[in-house]
Design a protein around this ligand. Sequence first.
Ligand code: GNR
Ligand code: NI
Length: 175
Amino acid sequence: MSDAPLPILIVPDPRLRQKARPVGEGDGDAVRELAPRMLATMYAAPGIGLAAPQVGVGLRLVVLDVGPREKPEPMVLVNPEIVAASTERAVREEGCLSLPGQFADVERPARVRVRWRELDGTRREMEAEGLLGVCLQHEIDHLDGVLFVDHLSALKRNMLLRKLAKEQRAKARAE
Ligand code: GNR
Ligand code: NI
């Protein structure tokens, strides 16, 4: 099926650490096929955002829906970029579908201005704060091979990565 969920890559898959390339003119068909499948994957997970590298595709493509589950408002962002960030910072607990079961408080700019194109090429720009602002920063990080744990101290990052590895080993044994 066209919107069958895709497998989500888990840390330490090296594809999560690669920098994705911009979506170009020639990628239109691929992106129009991929975006609905990424949305289906995100909703099934469930998650509030998903970046193409998380499903093994090295393109600068993000899907997002931070709204209430009963009122889906899917967003597809082609080549999203942060064009401005506030000096004010905010802390929020983050998780990631590529680090299942791991959560930590992450400090980031409180507000960002984000620019992207829609699937039809329309240019969009918005300022975001709160959960949407965090999710946009988290997803755009994925496009550069950056994970939320990279914003933590080395001590916290290593604790969390070791806990993930341990839990993934236990899960593999149980399967
Ligand atoms: O589903 C997700 N929830 C979330 C919660 C707080 C901050 C960021 C996120 S994004 C995450 C899905 C994901 O891993 N996207 O890359
Ligand atoms: Ni993530």
